[in-house]
Design a protein around this ligand. Structure first.
Ligand SMILES: [Zn+2]
Length: 185
């Protein structure tokens, strides 16, 4: 197993309740995954051998005027785990392709278009800007293929509901194995 962002600032996930943690309560929405912060040019690699199921646009200014265009990659490993690598600035794989553990599949991206965020932007957007963590990998994990959902239910890595959708998993333990692997090698 490979840690998905070799150049990330640290190999630690946000603790429960911290910004970017799994199922973080964001008021009207919950965070569907975990965020791993890294420099804006950092490569994202496949954690395990897997098949690319789909590549999608993940955010865009059409969905939210304060967003950049970013992409997501959905992969399936041999055990049937579905991993979503999202908020990517670029993607270098396509649907149907097999990828090896450690193979570069894209680069981290920045969802927030910082130059478009001014004092007229919604407060939560301004707060995100002030936090200064612009580039990251947003990572989700499922035990079955996630269904496509309308933006009123799922948008930008958040679910607009209180209860977790079927199949969504907390990726903390899974990613901890990738960290342990790294430390052993
Ligand atoms: Zn996120």
């Amino acid at each position: 197993m490979f840690w998905p962002v070799p150049e990330s600032y640290c190999r630690r996930l946000p603790r429960p309740g911290e910004p970017g943690s799994f199922w973080e309560d964001r008021g009207d929405r919950h965070h569907a995954g975990v965020d791993i912060y890294a420099p804006g040019t950092a490569s994202v690699v496949s954690i395990e051998d897997a098949t690319v199921v789909a590549v999608h646009e993940f955010t865009s200014p059409d969905l939210n005027p304060y967003w950049n265009v970013t992409y997501s990659i959905l992969t399936r490993n041999e055990q049937g785990l579905y991993l979503r690598y999202a908020e990517l600035g670029s993607v270098c794989v396509e649907a149907g392709q097999k990828v090896r553990a450690g193979e570069v599949i894209g680069t981290v991206g920045s969802v927030l278009a910082l130059d478009r965020i001014d004092s007229t932007a919604p407060l939560y957007i301004q707060r995100l800007k002030d936090r200064g963590n612009a580039a990251m990998l947003h990572f989700e994990m499922y035990d079955r293929q996630p269904r496509p959902l309308p933006p009123t239910l799922y948008l930008g890595g958040n679910y607009f509901q209180q209860e977790m959708p079927p199949g969504l998993l907390n990726p903390a333990k899974y990613l901890a194995r990738a960290i342990d692997n790294f430390n052993d090698n």
